[in-house]
Ligand binder design. Structure first.
Ligand code: DC
Length: 227
């Protein structure tokens, strides 16, 4: 199996790039952020507060009451909370904030560790997240760290949200991007950081096609070496 770890901050273009590379190569694309978002949605719906003080209660409710599954439909990842497809519900600003908070809790990261590793053990995957190259798949065959300037990432996220009918402002999204960058890179547990052996790609000044074809070539070269 070929495992590709793709990490980077919010809005760097990771998920669209990873999804398209996986489509071209026939690999499975795994969006691990969706797993944290689903845990956050589940806790909100259960009325369980998301904070460090309620970590034990969160761990208990996840272990005992949540069955989280993913499926691929036409190459798109769908995520299910106890059988309900929540793929659209998890894409709101409220859930983005809650996912950032819940992902800082060690018990939640532990809860999701095996799910992520077992998908990678059985498939050729491109796994997109924050700690894939550093924690989840430290022996990944190829590690890519994608980033871009915060203003550019905020604009991309803003365009996505507006396309979905949201009426946020660009300023609000930039504040949110900066806040999440801060949380994701400063948390104690598995902070967002480039693995030492990851290849850094800054997409501020390169377009989507150039990014995708560059990464696809890197993966193909690796794939051929591995036979
Ligand atoms: O990639 P995303 O925006 O859907 O991620 C949602 C939140 O989950 C984000 O604040 C960081 C966190 N996350 C994480 O801590 N580790 C991952 N592997 C993926 C996401």
């Amino acid at each position: 199996m070929v495992n590709v770890a793709m990490d980077g901050p919010v809005g760097a273009g990771k998920s669209s790039v990873a999804r398209e590379c996986a489509r071209r190569l026939g690999f499975i694309y795994v969006d691990t952020g969706a797993l944290y978002r689903s845990c956050a949605l589940f806790c909100i719906n259960k009325g369980v507060e998301i904070s460090a003080d309620s970590e034990a209660a969160i761990a208990e409710v996840l272990e005992k009451e949540l069955t989280l599954t993913i499926d691929l439909i036409d190459g798109e990842q769908h995520v299910y909370v106890n059988g309900e497809d929540v793929s659209d519900k998890i894409r709101t600003l409220e859930i983005s904030k809650a996912a950032s908070a819940i992902s800082a809790l060690p018990a939640v990261r532990k809860y999701l560790l095996d799910t992520q590793r077992s998908i990678a053990a059985n498939n050729n995957v491109i796994m997109d997240g924050r700690d894939i190259g550093t924690v989840i798949l430290p022996n990944a065959d190829l590690k890519i760290f994608i980033t871009a300037k915060p203003e550019i990432r905020a604009k991309r996220r803003f365009d996505e949200l507006v396309a979905k009918g949201s009426n946020v402002t660009l300023g609000e999204v930039l504040v949110e991007v900066n806040r999440r960058d801060y949380n994701d890179t400063h948390r104690k547990e598995a902070p967002l950081k480039q693995a030492e052996d990851a290849i850094l790609i800054d997409t501020s000044d390169i377009d989507f096609e150039e990014t995708v074809s560059g990464i696809t070539d890197l993966i193909m070269a690796k794939y051929e070496t591995l036979g």
